[in-house]
Design a binder for this molecule. Structure first.
Ligand code: FES
Length: 560
């Protein structure tokens, strides 16, 4: 805005067009509020109010706030999956920050994919940036029964399919399961990713646990606005915060909260943007030394509102402190140790003591074997223990349409010991790796009382889901991974303790099937879909685009 040239004249005259005068912006950092709001992002319907609160903080601290809408990723309404557009939002964030005269950014997200996308883009742009998590919605309620997003939808849908719920009861659940603005209030992907954003040091301390409609949330938004202005003057950038040790802290917390399996893919992608390599085994290593302390659905009993009242993430971090790198820097300009000072747990039933965890270790296991040479994951705390060591015959579905068409056929030769296998549901196969990994239990088994089976796919699973679901099989079947070679009746061995997933078919037979395998026809011949399928990496690499996490840093555009 400053120089005496034609371009700056244009900037100033156009700000005046919006009724700003020199005193409003001269000499002040320009703070972008990157807002992922839309009428169809129902988790973030409070963001118009939060924009005003963030702006209040920016003005107070001597900055000049500008709201810039970016793509709203709505988990509920997007097809085939919001995951298909995570990288698009990440690209938009990076380029919006680069192409405008912006000195610092408040990243406004909450619904699942918004958090990793905003962090990925901000890490690549590397301007001072702070994340404002949208906060969880209030607990659901159905005639006095507490309902959790996703988790209880799956649970009661299974009861409906088993004939145990009538339409009237089902409608009552529909009325009561989402009662306020805010993201899913189970420890699903949204609550996991916002907790990890805080652990990484990208939010104000304590921000991620505050319920969306709590007055403290608005106060946090205002404080976020004040802090980003200071961060600009301190030149505190994502590269100062997103270090290898910070990612180890995030993995530790992911395990301690029994976080969503989706977080593995997202953390690998964010770390890739920050130049930190995160092999899958790092998750397994940290998982084995980290107790599960958050007693939250789907692994445990409570919901995010209870977690906040029990002290929230700061209290959990305090309890976990011996497992964390406390010297990591955060957006506070200080260390994690400083940020969690004085935090304590107010309810030991929600944030469990170290010696009484939900599980001593192992919230997520990484498995390998001839069925997943590049790895796959399972969340044992959400599975029936009897199935963690299991061998059974495969029932193979070629894609989700095939599954939908045949799963409930009376003649399907399925028993509780069968292993349900879904192919072509991965990053390029579906495409977009939708949350199809919690394959439904066939109705005839539901009616017999079966509620869990071994299920294997190259898809993801909602963080609110549960069951013995082996996910993220890599390489995926659509690129010729071994999952593509499985046939009905093949025996599959799942050995979670031994970290193995084996197809009990000889190498020679697998080679014969591989020679006959044909890649599926591409689903897109133009546009973003084609770019996505050509550039997406596999789950163990974070599903980023190949061209976004390699090469030298992008230079700042010149202004003439
Ligand atoms: Fe937005 Fe679950 S639908 S977080």
């Amino acid at each position: 805005m400053g120089p005496d040239d034609l371009r700056s004249f244009g900037h100033r005259s156009r700000l005046k067009q919006m009724a700003y005068s020199n005193a409003d912006y001269a000499g002040k950092p320009v703070i972008a509020l990157l807002n992922t709001w839309s009428d169809l992002n129902t988790c973030q319907t409070h963001f118009p109010q939060r924009v005003q609160e963030i702006k209040r903080g920016v003005w107070q601290a001597g900055g000049f706030p500008v709201e810039i809408p970016v793509m709203a990723l709505s988990e509920t309404f997007m097809k085939p999956s919001a995951m298909m557009y995570r990288n698009m939002l990440a690209m938009e964030v990076e380029e919006v920050l680069r192409c405008h005269p912006i000195d610092g950014a408040v990243l406004m997200g909450g619904c699942d994919k918004t958090t990793p996308a905003l962090l990925m883009g901000a890490a690549s742009a590397n301007l001072p940036a702070i994340y404002m998590p949208g906060g969880p919605m209030l607990k659901g309620n159905w005639n006095g029964v507490t309902l959790g997003s996703g988790t209880d939808a799956w649970k009661y849908w299974a009861e409906r399919c088993a004939g145990n719920l009538d339409e009237c009861q089902w409608r009552q659940i529909e009325d009561g399961i989402a009662r306020s603005p805010g993201h899913c209030m189970t420890m699903g992907t949204a609550s996991t990713m916002t907790a990890l954003a805080e652990t990484l040091g990208m939010t104000l301390s304590g921000a991620s646990s505050i319920p969306a409609v709590h007055a403290a949330h608005g106060r946090m938004a205002c404080e976020t606005g004040r802090r980003i202005v200071e961060m600009v003057w301190e030149d505190l950038k994502p590269a100062n915060v997103l270090t290898a040790e910070a990612f180890d802290n995030a993995i530790t917390v992911d395990m301690a909260i029994g976080g969503s399996t989706n977080a593995i893919i997202h953390l690998i992608a964010v770390a890739g943007r920050a130049g930190v390599a995160l092999p899958l085994e790092r998750f397994d290593e940290i998982s084995q030394r980290t107790p599960v302390l958050a007693n939250l659905r789907p692994s445990g009993e409570f919901l995010m509102e209870d977690f906040y009242d029990a002290g929230g993430l700061r209290a959990l971090l305090q309890r976990l402190r011996t497992l964390l790198h406390l010297g990591c820097g955060t957006v506070s300009g200080k260390t994690l140790a400083h940020d969690i000072e004085g935090a304590s747990v107010f309810n030991d039933r929600v944030i469990l003591p170290l010696d009484k965890p939900l599980a001593k270790a192992g919230a997520t296991f990484v498995l390998r074997g001839n069925l997943a040479p590049n790895g796959c994951v399972i969340k044992p705390t959400a599975a029936e223990p009897r199935l963690l060591q299991h061998t059974g015959p495969a029932i193979v579905f070629k894609n989700y349409a095939d599954l939908k068409a045949r799963l409930d056929e009376p003649e399907l030769n399925v028993t509780p010991d069968s292993v349900l296998v879904l192919q072509n549901a991965g990053p390029t196969g579906a495409p977009g790796m939708p949350e199809w990994g919690m394959l439904p239990i066939p109705k005839k088994l539901l009616k017999q009382g079966v509620r869990d089976m071994v299920r294997i796919s190259d898809a993801r699973m909602s963080g609110t889901s549960y069951g013995t679901c082996v996910l993220h099989v890599a390489p995926e079947s659509a690129v010729g991974g071994p999952l593509a070679l499985v046939q009905d009746g093949d025996l599959i061995e799942l050995d979670v303790k031994g970290r193995r997933l084996q197809l009990k078919v000889s190498d020679a037979e697998c080679a014969r099937r591989k020679a006959q395998w044909k890649a599926p026809e591409p689903k897109y011949e133009r546009g973003y879909g084609q770019l996505f399928c050509q550039q997406i990496t596999q789950a163990n690499e974070g599903c980023d685009f190949t061209f976004l996490h390699r090469g030298k840093a992008t230079p700042e555009p010149e202004i003439y």
